[in-house]
Ligand binder design. Structure first.
Ligand code: ATP
Ligand code: MG
Length: 503
């Protein structure tokens, strides 16, 4: 974390837009503060694209207060955004959300020549009832507004008004927590989490993204309030889960979810993988921790969210396929196929997409044993070709997943696997270059077979096509039209078919 003096803060906020916001607020008699993630990320030196501003209407002592009215009566956020839009003209695009009392300005090229979204909202005070995460919202002071925030590191504010430009407000020692790399709630964590249980997911998410520890009392409150996650919609939960998945080391998040007792509630299939069973002195590995190791391995080489999901789910069928076989020990037969079938129900329940992204994950889960089986055995042309055909354009991702899956602690065994894997990869590259099997089509089409033998569509046509395919894939004949046609004539003869005379 970097230390920032007010002067340095002024430098960090030197982009003209920040001054324009402050000056416009001065002219409108409003106070304006940068808050939340943007301020936190200035200290953590993280890139941050959305900017949040809280706008405060200083209380006029001669006016009655609006306390208890339930909804914001004035909307200083909207008023300020409108005034800034007037000032910036075509350099900004304004959207107003009257019902929420917020407005958003899209400003071109703040600093980085990219469009930036700046959100303006009036300072608010919130109170919650037990049954809902929808609070009663009222106008409030800056202090009220910072009190309702989720974590101390997210409760920092920087003033943009000209006379206080760059002044930091840190009511809850957020800076200290950032230095200690801690996630802690500003107020009582039990109240914070119970009021809005989504904050528990955010807590784990920030711990994962920032590699921060969850402070002890906050951690205890997670455990006590875990059950309340049930009032949160799946859409919001999956949003946070995907942010965990996209972090540099996603395993941190799943370990924290487990420690908090949230995992069985939001992801029972994954929680079922935890633990080791011992019989007759033989233990199987802990499939939860193995899965997390594979997930981290994949995360190191790819930021494809769906490949990461495939890694998380690759062994999800193991608890259901687990058997104890006398003499053999623990087996997980067909866990890849059982797992493949579990993917769609999980995606449906979790509100993940049900399109080609689902099919991609299903395919990788179903195929994840194949490259290992090939590498374990003799690496033949036909086995590699079949794999190529089934994996299609996802073959590289499948190989990445399978390599990540080799987590054996036995160095010798690991080396052998990786060497054989290298062989599979070389053969893949070789075959792809030679005959491009990803998009393989039979050199003899069905029409040609029907024409040659005067056949209508029938079983024999399919049989001949399959025979040709097998012969090519097993390298018994070359992948050319000439060889395939010759082979077809021989096989057809054996089946009792004769070519019709050409007129
Ligand atoms: P990022 O944008 O990287 O996800 P962020 O901290 O900016 O991180 P946002 O969801 O953009 O997160 O929210 C902006 C700010 O609003 C937060 O920093 C926090 O102060 C506050 N906030 C957001 N969601 C909640 C919540 N559920 N409870 C309390 N405060 C919240
Ligand atoms: Mg944000």
């Amino acid at each position: 974390m970097r230390q920032i003096t007010t002067r340095e803060m002024q430098k960090l906020l030197s982009a003209p837009i920040f001054h324009e916001i402050g000056q416009t607020a001065d002219e409108s008699g409003l106070e304006v503060y940068l808050v939340g993630g943007y301020v936190r990320d200035l200290f953590l030196e993280r890139p941050s694209k959305d900017i949040d501003c809280v706008v405060v209407q200083p209380q006029d002592p001669s006016q009655p207060s609006h306390e208890g009215m339930g909804t914001p009566v004035v909307a200083p956020g909207i008023n300020l955004a409108k005034a800034i839009k007037k000032r910036l003209g075509r350099r900004a695009h304004l959207s107003v959300f009257k019902n929420f009392g917020t407005a958003q300005l899209k400003v071109e090229s703040l600093k980085f020549k990219v469009e930036t979204e700046i959100e303006f909202v009036g300072a608010r005070r919130e109170s919650y009832s037990h049954n809902s995460r929808k609070p009663i919202v009222e106008d409030g002071t800056l202090e009220d507004d910072l009190d309702r925030r989720d974590f101390t590191i997210n409760a920092l504010a920087v003033c943009l008004n000209s006379d206080r430009f760059g002044e930091l407000i840190d009511r809850f020692d957020g800076l200290l927590d950032m230095e200690d790399r801690l996630i802690a709630t500003p107020l009582d964590p039990d109240i914070t989490f119970s009021d809005d249980p989504l904050r528990m997911m955010r807590c784990v998410r920030f711990a994962t993204q920032l590699r921060f520890q969850i402070e002890e009392e906050t951690q205890d409150a997670l455990v006590r309030n875990a059950e309340r996650i049930k009032i949160i919609s799946q859409e919001r939960i999956i949003d946070e889960l995907n942010k965990i998945m996209l972090s540099p080391q996603p395993s941190i998040g799943f370990v924290e979810l487990s420690r908090a007792g949230l995992l069985p509630l939001i992801f029972p299939e994954l929680a079922a993988m935890e633990g080791v069973e011992v019989r007759e002195g033989r233990a199987h590995k802990d499939n939860f921790y193995h899965t997390l190791e594979v997930l981290d391995n994949v995360a190191r080489s790819s930021d494809n969210l769906w490949l990461r999901w495939a890694a998380l789910l690759h062994d999800i069928g193991k608890p259901r396929s687990k058997r104890w076989e006398h003499g053999t020990g623990w087996t997980f037969k067909n866990h890849n196929y059982i797992g493949q079938k579990m993917v769609a129900p999980i995606f449906r329940r979790m509100k993940l997409p049900l399109d080609e992204r689902l099919h991609y994950v299903e395919k990788l889960v179903g195929l994840h044993m194949r490259p290992i089986a090939i590498a374990d055995d003799e690496v033949t042309d036909s086995a590699v070709r079949r794999l190529l055909f089934e994996a299609g354009e996802d073959i590289d991702d499948l190989m990445t997943l399978c390599e990540a899956d080799i987590t054996s602690k036995n160095a010798e065994r690991k080396r052998t696997f990786l060497q054989n894997f290298q062989l599979v990869r070389e053969k893949l590259a070789d075959l792809q270059a030679r005959d491009n099997y990803r998009t393989w089509t039979n050199p003899v089409a069905g029409e040609e077979i029907m024409e040659t033998f005067g056949l209508a569509p029938c079983r024999e046509v399919g049989v001949l096509k399959q025979l040709i395919k097998d012969a090519i894939w097993e390298s018994r004949i070359p992948n050319t039209h000439e060889a395939a046609r010759q082979y077809m004539l021989e096989q057809a003869q054996a089946m009792g078919l004769t070519p019709v005379e050409k007129q």
